[in-house]
Design a protein around this ligand. Sequence first.
Ligand SMILES: Cc1cc2nc3c(=O)[nH]c(=O)nc-3n(C[C@H](O)[C@H](O)[C@H](O)COP(=O)(O)OP(=O)(O)OC[C@H]3O[C@@H](n4cnc5c(N)ncnc54)[C@H](O)[C@@H]3O)c2cc1C
Length: 382
Amino acid sequence: MSDQTFLSWPFFEDRHRALAETVERWSAANLPANHGDVDAACRDLVARLGRHGLLAPTAPDPSVPSPLDVRSLCLIRETLARYDGLADFAFAMQGLGAGPISLFGNAEQRSWLKLTRSGEAIAAFALSERKSGSDVANIAMTATRDGDDYILDGEKTWISNGGIADIYVVFARTGEGPGAKGLSAFLVPADLSGFAIAERIEVIAPHPLARIKFERARVPASAMIGAPGEGFKIAMATLDIFRATVGAAALGFARRALDETITRVRTREMFGGPLADLQMVQAAIAEMALDVDAAALLVYRAAWTKDNGAARVTREAAMAKLYATDRAQDVIDKAVQLHGGDGVRRGHIVERLYREIRALRIYEGASEVQKVVIARQTLSGA
Ligand SMILES: Cc1cc2nc3c(=O)[nH]c(=O)nc-3n(C[C@H](O)[C@H](O)[C@H](O)COP(=O)(O)OP(=O)(O)OC[C@H]3O[C@@H](n4cnc5c(N)ncnc54)[C@H](O)[C@@H]3O)c2cc1C
């Protein structure tokens, strides 16, 4: 069993410790999933997580509106990631995809949350475009008012769950102002006329991913989430919450890499004793353990701060995401090194972790973007 001592930190309440135990038990019994067909595996994971009630923290119950509990989201992501990156992905996207609805949706839009929480509907978050990944304010996709409707035109790319999602939250330019001030968010069902999957994208740690396109796709004005021109604010507020959870997933990958390495160096005999007896190996283990604990402190500090009523946790979430993802990459690299040839053998757990961690330093704000955010906040005294 992985180190669980962090659960006694003052960031957590008894309900979090109970949740961690439930997810641990479920994960040990059900993961890893068979990844042979990632679309089918993701649909199945969402359905099973939903049936077991584990998707409940991804969105408030529409009948009992309450804020998202970021510590619960982080604990679940950390645990699932430790067992299976695809299970973490399936869980995380239900939260990110439904996030703008949870935070800013009206009663009618929030009725979708019942379905995303139960695993009966799959959600996607469609912000990025070919020319506006890091430069979010540069979005080109348009939503043009036409009577009681909006007409959507343009493309989005790198959309997780693209191809299997039932609903997409799509950000488009409505033109109330320049740049970030002229964007709005829309809730779009996958069966909308004029909407199509333009391309499926394959990545090193496979999950459903697509370029999607809209050609004169008509949605009622009531599909807009929040008010006209609020799209950028909605996207950033959603990312504020989910960025810390990306750090939590990285933490789960790093913890697994450390666990695997501890077992390995204790049992691998060479030069007349276990690998763990060599001081250079001990130095690597010490650095890995330190990185894991420091990342956990930053992730759960960000989560706790948000749960305790902070309006925004931009600085804390950026620090958590940057540190946890960057250090996890290094922890996993050390794990691969200490596993020798087995570390790069296809299908080995540390080889899988090596592929799983990479994209986390790019999506939901690349590491450099997090540094810009932290510097801005620090220099402004926020
Ligand atoms: C696996 C995966 C899943 C994704 N899922 C989704 C999704 O569900 N929904 C969605 O909307 N998007 C998604 N994305 C898109 C993701 O958010 C973008 O890839 C990311 O924002 C970077 O944009 P880009 O790829 O266009 O890279 P670019 O914006 O071209 O940036 C390239 C690199 O430039 C550097 N850089 C960027 N900005 C700065 C800066 N200010 N200073 C210094 N260096 C900088 C960074 O190293 C960055 O990686 C996903 C991406 C991946 C890889």
